[in-house]
Design a protein around this ligand. Structure first.
Ligand SMILES: C[S@@+](CC[C@H](N)C(=O)[O-])C[C@H]1O[C@@H](n2cnc3c(N)ncnc32)[C@H](O)[C@@H]1O
Length: 236
């Protein structure tokens, strides 16, 4: 880092300090690697088979209730094509299906996560929900035209990839444009990026629609949020 807090090698002299601050990457982490998620979901799959525990629900139950409440308030049709990007154990898909949504697809690049999600959905009698082993960043031909794309923690993980935090985010933007139809909704829940950073990044291609309420905390007389949930609309 230099004295302005900009990491060495990341300075872009065409951008002012405020822009550089908004775009600043975190230190990369193993949470940004496929190897990490494969290991994590192989363990969760074993535990599920042993004792029926579905494992970690990122951002807790309330994060799913918040998303479902939003879809209902927005009058999203129950047959809208909904994609859960980086579905993990597939619990969001289960909750969406239980709330009446009928056209659901989940993808994850970890084979173990996909197997876990399939097991969980089958156990819930929801075998009509599609789950596929797919790297979102590869823009697969059949993964396009969705009315709603949901991301709970996956952009966060992709942003932490030690190989290419910058490229990963750029690919994510391209993949999202490919997956979402024009006018479609993108709902992101993040704990790594602030509202301002997410707005700065996604406003390049998406229109900000609304912020979903998340729990706040007080520190040093200021109010903050450890989780941010935002909705964007695809413009073109
Ligand atoms: C923080 S976990 C969140 C899992 C799930 N969305 C939840 O809320 O419980 C991030 C997920 O993104 C998946 N993931 C990361 N990069 C991906 C990529 N390029 N394509 C597909 N899935 C990816 C990981 O395998 C992992 O399941």
């Amino acid at each position: 880092m230099d004295s302005n807090g900009v990491p060495h090698g990341n300075q872009d002299t065409t951008k002012n300090y405020e822009e550089q601050d908004l775009e600043q990457d975190f230190r990369s982490s193993e949470l940004g690697t496929k190897q990490y998620w494969d290991g994590a979901y192989q363990r969760e799959l074993r535990t599920y088979k042993d004792i029926g525990d579905v494992g970690e629900i990122w951002f807790g139950e309330e994060s799913m209730n918040r998303l479902i409440k939003f879809l209902r308030k927005e009058n999203v049709e129950t047959d809208a094509a909904i994609l859960d990007v980086g579905t993990g154990n597939g619990i969001l898909l289960v909750e969406l299906a239980k709330s009446g949504f009928t056209n659901l697809t989940g993808i994850d690049y970890s084979a173990a996560a996909v197997e876990l999600a399939k097991n969980v959905l089958e156990q819930e009698g929801l075998s009509n929900v599609k789950v596929m082993e797919v790297d979102f960043l590869s823009c697969p031909a059949n993964l396009t035209g969705f009315d709603v794309c949901m991301d709970k923690g996956t952009f966060d993980a992709i942003s932490l990839n030690p190989d290419s935090t910058v490229d990963g985010k750029a690919h994510y933007l391209k993949a999202l444009q490919w997956a979402l139809r024009k006018g479609g909704l993108f709902v992101i829940t993040s704990c790594n990026w602030t509202k301002e950073q997410l707005l700065h990044f996604f406003k390049q291609e998406f229109e900000f629609h609304q912020e979903l309420p998340t729990p706040s905390f007080m520190f040093g007389g200021k109010t903050g949020h450890s989780v941010t949930a935002l909705v964007f609309k695809r413009l073109h």
